[in-house]
Design a protein around this ligand. Structure first.
Ligand code: IMP
Length: 190
C-alpha cells in the first residue's frame, strides 16, 4: 500500500520510512510534486495534524497522513505545546528553542515533560486519528547529536539516555511518533 506522508521534515520522513517495513511504501511530498507550505495554525495537535493532511489531500486526493507533535512541559502549564516549532520566535532554530526552554526551566525542580503526537490519516477519503505519548524529563544540559528538535534535552521515563543519544531503532521503538504510527500501521493491516 502506498501512503503519502505530509511533511517537509526529513528527520520525520526517515523515522517513518524505517518503521514502515515492506508492507507500506511511504511517498514524500517531493514524490507528488508538492513544494508549498503546509499551514499549522490550529490550537490543538489534532487540529494541526488534520490541517496538514487535508492540505495534501486537496492538492492530490490520495491515501495520506500527517503528524503533529509537541513537547508539553508540566511546570510551564503545558508549553511549548502547539508552539514547539516556534517557541523562541517565528524563524527559531532547534537550538534557539532548546536554549529558551532550558532558560525557562532554570532553577525549577519539576522537570516532567511529555512528547505528544497525533497522526491524522485520510484513507479512501475518510479521516482517522491515532495518538502517541511518551513521558520523561527535561535535563539541564544538552546531550547527544542524533535526532532533532528537543531530543538532546529529553530523557524518557526509566531511561538514562536522551533521544539524541539513542540510535534510530531505540528512539522509534518507544517514541510518541513511533507509538502513533504503529497504531496507524496496525489499523491499516486489519
Ligand atoms: P511538528 O509541528 O509536528 O513538526 O513539530 C513541532 C516541533 O516539535 C518541531 O519543530 C520540533 O522542535 C518538536 N519535535 C517534534 N517531534 C520531535 C521529536 O521526535 N523529537 C524532538 N522534538 C520534536
Amino acid at each position: 500500500m502506498e501512503l503519502v506522508f505530509a511533511t517537509h521534515n526529513r528527520h520525520k520522513l526517515a523515522e517513518i520510512t524505517a518503521l514502515a517495513g515492506s508492507k507500506f511504501i511511504i511517498k514524500s511530498l517531493a514524490d507528488i510534486g508538492f513544494e508549498g507550505d503546509i499551514p499549522e495554525t490550529a490550537d490543538s495537535f489534532l487540529g494541526n495534524a488534520r490541517q496538514k493532511v487535508q492540505t495534501i489531500y486537496q492538492y492530490k486526493p490520495c491515501n495520506c497522513f500527517a503528524d503533529d507533535t509537541g513537547l508539553v512541559v508540566e511546570a510551564l502549564d503545558g508549553r511549548p505545546g502547539v508552539f514547539s516549532a516556534r517557541y523562541a520566535g517565528e524563524n527559531a532554530t532547534y537550538q534557539d528553542n532548546v536554549k529558551k526552554l532550558l532558560q525557562e526551566l532554570e532553577g525549577i525542580s519539576n522537570r516532567k515533560a511529555s512528547f505528544i503526537t497525533i497522526v491524522a490519516l485520510i484513507l479512501n477519503g475518510k479521516e482517522h486519528f491515532f495518538e502517541g505519548r511518551i513521558d520523561g524529563e527535561i535535563i539541564t544540559e544538552q546531550r547527544g547529536d542524533k535526532g532533532f528538535g528537543y531530543d538532546p534535552i529529553f530523557v524518557p521515563h526509566k531511561h538514562r539516555l536522551t533521544f539524541a543519544e539513542m540510535n534510530d531503532d531505540e528512539k522509534n521503538g518507544m517514541s510518541h511518533r513511533g507509538i502513533a504510527i504503529k497504531k496507524m500501521f496496525d489499523f491499516l493491516s486489519h
